[in-house]
Design a protein around this ligand. Structure first.
Ligand SMILES: [Zn+2]
Length: 236
C-alpha cells in the first residue's frame, strides 16, 4: 500500500533533492547542484595519508582508505544516508556512489582496483530490509570506475545483533568471524575495494578485510565508505 502511494506521489509531484528537499529540474533525479556545491566532502580519496587510513593502522594492512563525506549534525546528507538504511530510500545511494567513483577516478589513487565488494549483510537482514544499501553505493562506484562489482564472493555467515547500541569493546567482539568467503579463486591476487555506507569504529569492515586476507593472503585491500563523523576519527 505504502509503495503504491509513493509511486502515485512520484507521478503527481516533481522529484525533490534527497538532501534539501528542494524541487529538482526536469530530468534530474539526484542531489541538486546547490547541495553538490555545499557537500561536506573530505577529499581523503586524494590523500595517501588521511584520518580514515590512520583508523586502520595496526589493525589490518590496507593500501588506501577514504570517506566521501563528513557526517555533519543537522546536515541533509546525514538524513539522506540514514534514510538509505531505515526508510527504504535507497535510490540516491547508487548516484552518491557514482559521484564518489567519479571523484576517485579523477584523484588517481584508486586506479588499480580490480574488484569492488560491498560489505555484505546477513541474508536474513537483507531479506527483511529488501536490499543492502552498501551494494547500491558499491554499484555506483563500480559504474564510475568501470570496475566489476562482486556481491557473492564474501558473505556474512553469522547474524550479529545490531552494532548501534553496543559499547566500544562489544562492537569488536560482536563482529569477530562473522564473514566468510565463498569464491576465493575470484579474489586471488586482486586489489579489492571494500565499500560500506558509514564508518564508526571500523570494527565491521576490519573483520571483513581480516577474513579476506586470511583466506586469500595475496589479495590487497582498499576501503571506501560514504560517510564518517569527525568524532569517530578523533576517537580510537
Ligand atoms: Zn538540494
Amino acid at each position: 500500500m505504502y509503495q503504491i502511494l509513493k509511486d502515485l506521489r512520484d507521478i503527481f509531484l516533481p522529484p525533490t533533492c534527497p538532501v534539501c528537499g528542494g524541487e529538482l529540474p526536469e530530468g534530474a533525479s539526484t542531489v541538486c547542484n546547490i547541495c553538490r556545491m555545499n557537500a561536506p566532502l573530505t577529499y581523503y580519496w586524494t590523500q595517501v595519508d588521511n584520518p580514515v587510513v590512520r583508523k586502520f593502522w595496526g589493525l589490518i594492512p590496507i593500501i588506501n582508505a577514504s570517506a566521501f563525506l563528513f557526517f555533519v549534525h543537522g546536515n541533509g546528507y546525514r538524513q539522506m544516508i540514514h534514510d538509505f538504511k531505515y526508510h527504504g530510500n535507497w535510490q540516491p545511494a547508487f548516484e552518491m556512489g557514482q559521484w564518489y567513483g567519479a571523484e576517485m577516478a579523477r584523484g588517481g589513487l584508486y586506479s588499480d582496483i580490480d574488484i569492488v565488494i560491498p560489505v555484505p549483510l546477513h541474508i536474513r537482514k537483507r531479506l527483511s530490509r529488501g536490499y543492502n544499501q552498501s551494494e547500491y553505493i558499491a554499484s555506483g562506484i563500480s559504474d564510475s570506475l568501470g570496475i566489476r562489482i562482486d556481491t557473492a564472493a564474501v558473505y556474512r555467515r553469522r547474524h550479529n545483533p545490531s552494532q548501534a547500541l553496543k559499547s566500544h569493546r562489544d562492537r569488536w567482539t560482536n563482529v569477530q568471524d562473522i564473514f566468510a568467503i565463498r569464491h576465493s579463486e575470484r579474489l586471488r591476487g586482486k586489489h579489492i575495494l571494500l565499500v560500506d555506507d558509514v564508518l564508526t569504529t571500523g570494527a565491521t569492515i576490519t573483520s571483513c578485510a581480516e577474513t579476506i586476507l586470511k583466506v586469500v593472503p595475496d589479495a590487497r585491500i582498499s576501503i571506501a565508505v560514504l560517510a564518517v563523523s569527525r568524532h569517530n576519527l578523533e576517537t580510537a
